[in-house]
Structures are given as C-alpha cells and as structure tokens.
Design a protein around this ligand. Structure first.
Ligand code: ASP
Length: 576
C-alpha cells in the first residue's frame, strides 16, 4: 500500500472525500480534548482534527514527528476559515493517526519568524530546510533552472559536462587544489569556471554549449560569495556581442518569469563601464534610484575655495550627489565623513540647501553666491536637500560618492528589478606587480593597435549583467587567434616559457581552425537570491558554508588520517 492517497494541498478541493496523508507536524493545539494538527508536506499545510478517541496516539505526538493520517476532508465550521492558507476552508477529520517516525526535541522552532543564529541553522540544515521559506527557495531554484534549461534547449544549445579535476588556470581567484595519489606531489585544481573547456568545445565544433556548472574559488566568503557556487555557463561559435547578449537576456528573462510571473523588459539597458563609473561610481550600478554623480568641475573652475581649487589645478575632479531631503544632524555628517575617508577620500563636503537658495555647511563661507546657485542647479536641488561633494582623483571621487549613494539610497529588498548590461570594460588595470586583467586573460581586446601601444587604455570585448547593484555574471568575446593570445600573456607579464608550460596545450588547440566565439556565465545562486528577495546567497544554497568556510553540520573542513596523507605523499608543516 502506498503511504498516501493525496498531498496536503490537494485537500483544498476534496471536500467530502476520504484521504490518506503523510507529513510532519508543524503545529498542534489542544482544545478541550480535540487536537488540531497542522500537517505539512512538500505541497503545503492542511489542518487535521483529532477527536478525543484518538487521544492515546495524539498524546504521543510532538513537533515534527513524521505521521500518516487517514480521515475525511470536510469544510471548516463557520468562522474558522483561514483565508491566508490555500487549504484554509477545509480540515481533515482524522480517524487514524500513525507515527511513521518520531522526532527528538527540536533545537529551534521551525516557525519562519524565528530569528536564529546562522551556525545553528546550518548545523541542523535538514530542519532549517523544512521551514516554508527555505522550502520555497529550494523550489524557486529548481523552477529557475528548469526554465533556463527549457530556453537553452529551444535555442539549440547542447548541455555538456566538463571535468571538475582540472589543471590550475588563472581566472583571478585562488584555486582549490586536490592532491593526486597516483602522481604524488602533483595537484589538480577544481575549476574556477569551465572557461577553457568551453572554448575547446568551440574548437571541437559544438556551436552552442551550456552547463549548470559548479565552480570553486578559494576566496573569502561574503554575502554574495561562497567557496563553491553554481553558474549557468554558456558559449557560442560565430557569435558577436549582440548574439551572446540576446541569448543571455532570453535565459535570464525565462528564469525571472518562472519566479516572478512576468518577464523583465528586453533588451536590458546598456551602460559602458566608463559611464557606469562616472555616473554611479561602480561597475555594477543599482539603477532603481537616481542620486547620480554630477560633475561640478565647471561650477568651481575659478573658485576661491582652496581645497577644490588645488584639486582641480592638479587635474582632479569635484563631483557631487544630491542625497535628497533628509534629516541631517551633525552626527550623520560626521559618520558619512568618516565613511568617505575610510574609502579613500581626503574629506567630504556636505551642504544642506535652505529656503532662498542659501546653504548650511561648514564650507559655506568659502563659496560664492554664483557657485552655490550653479551647484544647486546642476544637482537639481531644492530646499531641504542634502548635497555631498568629494574632490580628488576621478577614480577615488566617483567611487567614494558611488558608495555613499548606495549607503543612502539603496532599497533594502528586491521588489523591483533593474537589469542592465555594463559593456566596454578596460582590458587591463595596474596591479602591484604590473598589469592584470579585469575579466580573464582569454578576453578579446577591441583594438589590437591600442592594446599594443597603450594597454591601459585598451578596451575589452567584455560585458557584465547587473541587477539591482548585484553583478549577476560576466562574459566576453574570446581571443581565437593564438598569436593574439600570446600577446595578451606577454602584456600580463607571463614569459614565453611560462606560457608554453602553463598554456601550451590550449594555445595548440587554438591553431586548429578555431571559430570566433564568445560566451557568458551567470550566478544561479545570485539570480535566485535576488528573485527570492533574499539578502544572502546562503539562503538559496541547500548546504552552504559559513562565512569562514565551515560546514557546522558535518564539520568540514577536518583534519584527515595520517595514513591518508601518507598515501598522497603529503606532510603537514609544523606551525612555528
Ligand atoms: N568564465 C567566466 C567567469 O566565470 C565567464 C565567461 O567569461 O564566460 O566569470
């Protein structure tokens, strides 16, 4: 006999029918001999009513026992209907209840409203996942992935797996290493992404590839980072930017539709990297609110205010944001100034606009009437608005204002979605030991000549998708000419012998008729996090690690047996 005839949710439409259900006790209340049980299964909740004759078994029941119930579905008595519950108009009058499996006393209540510390939640993750909100997140993730698969299948993509024991390749993060037993002293890396394999699939003649890929990066974890995470990885041959972007938009839109019920407007907006930095101070702008950074260089071009004048003379900038009308006591001004300094500004100028076009500010006396009125005009300010100005090098000024903008204006939840493409990233940036890449070293430059002559000015054929200030993913058109690939390695300071030893195998593959190709990868965890309105990717990952990379449930990472190390030819260094 099967364990049940129906699920809890089915009961909504089963008035008068006999059912057998199986699930967990989410709640029980006793009312003068009659016991009410909320029975939860994967479909939802239904109320069970147990009459006094079932008392012997009911007395045994505790929270989260796994039980089987047989009974009749009937309408709830008038006045007890619960409009917030899908099955709120019915209840199941039980005639038999059987305990399938008892439960120990719970370490915490599974009520969604309980605020628990995360370690405890992760230690008992299997219980945490029973909470309706977490169960909804798991379902949402599955629905999003199903929508993604359907879309890519319809577009003619092949789903192909690539290895997870790979050769260490540079993609910007530290590799996770796996020692080889058969070749002692040698290591595999876990893939930071399937980047080179998907490029090889293009060489192999697969013109449309995708994979729901696990990726591993040994980085400090943050709210939107884990040591291991899942990407939708895709690549196409004979593709230019517009082709990649169209496929990505359709895929993201399908995932959004599956969870939010409607598609976002397509195509997504576009901003170049430079515009994004200039107007929002970041390369992943949150476009749900304004507060754009405004260039005030002209306003102060002949100012007597020394701190602005000297910065402008040195080729720096004066930029500002209108933080809108808000309470602005001295303590807020001090706090924001401290923040601005911690982000690299030499100081923060704040002004509160008063009726009649004057300002309240410690620097008001240094500014002319004309400067004040032009500044108010350019920042679109009216009485009561708080204006924040930073003078300095362009990159510092915009980045500090960009962070202040987020601090002051960012909505706390993700009700609205603002997707955009950020395009035209620089190829390289100045690192401590020479030039480093912004995306990864397999990204094609826009103009070879510029790259050769002025590498720091060279733009890449790279693009990111951003939603609500969260970087969802990145991609690029790749280098398909081995000579160009070598030149990029040269510029990155990878010597020819090193190129040969690390990438010779890959460079060789590029010599066999490689089609022009490009692709993209976006974080499934991040997308589902935003769509489910969560602040943290750990809420949408079934078994995540803590911020310090631990699994409090199984206790990993752990020390291993001496014999295991011996087999691998490894020894733990003394800690002195
Ligand atoms: N492999 C890249 C990443 O993981 C994405 C791409 O360029 O397709 O960020």
């Amino acid at each position: 006999m099967s364990f049940r005839t129906h699920h809890a949710l089915d009961c909504a439409d089963l008035g008068g029918r006999e059912v057998v259900l199986a699930g967990w006790i989410a709640r029980r209340r006793d009312h003068g001999g009659v016991t009410f049980i909320d029975l939860r299964d994967a479909s939802g909740l239904v109320q069970i009513v147990a009459d006094p004759e079932l008392l012997p078994v009911v007395e045994e029941l505790r929270m989260e026992f796994c039980i089987q119930v047989a009974g009749e579905v009937r309408p709830r008595p008038e006045g007890t209907v619960n409009p917030d519950l899908a099955t709120g108009a019915v209840e199941v009058a039980a005639h038999t209840i059987e305990v399938l499996s008892p439960a120990d006393t719970l370490p915490f209540m599974l009520d969604d409203r309980t605020d628990l510390d995360e370690r405890t939640r992760l230690e008992f993750r299997y219980l945490d996942l029973r909470r309706p909100r977490m169960a909804a997140n798991l379902r949402a993730r599955s629905d999003a992935v199903a929508a993604i698969r359907r879309t890519l299948d319809r577009l003619g993509f092949l789903e192909i797996e690539t290895p997870t024991l790979v050769r260490s390749t540079p993609e910007g993060a530290r590799d996770m290493l796996v020692p080889s037993r058969l070749r002692q002293g040698a290591f595999y890396a876990l893939p930071q992404s399937p980047q080179l394999f998907k490029q090889l699939l293009m060489v192999a003649g697969v013109e449309r590839y995708f994979q729901i890929a696990r990726c591993y990066r040994d980085e400090d974890t943050r709210a939107d980072r884990q040591l291991e995470f899942t990407q939708l990885d895709l690549e196409g041959a004979f593709w230019s930017e517009a082709d990649v972007q169209a496929a990505v938009e359709l895929t993201v839109a399908a995932a959004v539709e599956s969870l939010r019920g409607h598609k976002p407007p397509l195509p997504f907006r576009r901003l170049t990297w430079h515009e994004s930095m200039d107007r929002y101070g970041v390369d992943k702008p949150d476009l749900r609110f304004g507060m754009e950074i405004v260039d005030l260089g002209k306003v102060f071009s002949s100012t007597d205010f020394r701190s602005f004048a000297s910065v402008l003379e040195d080729g720096g900038v004066v930029r500002g944001i209108n933080a809108g009308t808000r309470e602005f006591p001295r303590s807020s001004a001090d706090r924001l100034t401290e923040l601005a300094k911690s982000w690299g500004a030499t100081g923060l100028v704040w002004l509160v606009v008063e009726e009649g076009g004057t300002v309240r500010s410690p620097v008001a006396k240094f500014l002319s009437e004309a400067e004040i009125s032009l500044m108010i005009r350019d920042l679109g300010a009216t009485a009561g608005d708080v204006l924040l100005l930073v003078a300095g090098e362009w990159s510092t000024a915009v980045s500090v204002l960009g962070q202040l903008r987020l601090q002051l204006g960012r909505p706390e939840t993700h009700e609205d979605l603002e997707f955009l493409w950020v395009t035209d990233f620089p190829m390289f940036e100045q690192g401590e030991e020479g030039l480093t890449f912004l995306h990864h070293p397999f990204t094609s430059p826009q103009d070879l000549k510029v790259m050769e002559e002025r590498p720091l000015e060279a733009l890449a054929r790279a693009y990111d998708v951003v939603v609500n200030g969260v970087e969802l993913g990145s991609g690029s058109i790749r280098i398909h000419d081995p000579n160009v690939q070598r030149r990029v390695f040269d510029i990155l300071g990878i010597s020819p012998p090193e190129q040969e030893s690390r990438f010779g195998w890959f460079l060789r593959a590029l010599r066999y008729g490689t089609p022009p190709h490009g692709g993209f990868a976006f974080g499934i965890d991040r997308l589902v996090m935003v769509l489910q309105n969560e602040a943290n990717i750990r809420e949408v990952i079934p078994f995540p690690k803590t911020q310090s990379g631990q699994d409090p449930m199984a206790g990993s990472p752990t020390m291993v047996e001496e014999s295991q190390l011996l087999e691998l030819g490894l020894e733990i260094a003394d800690d002195d």
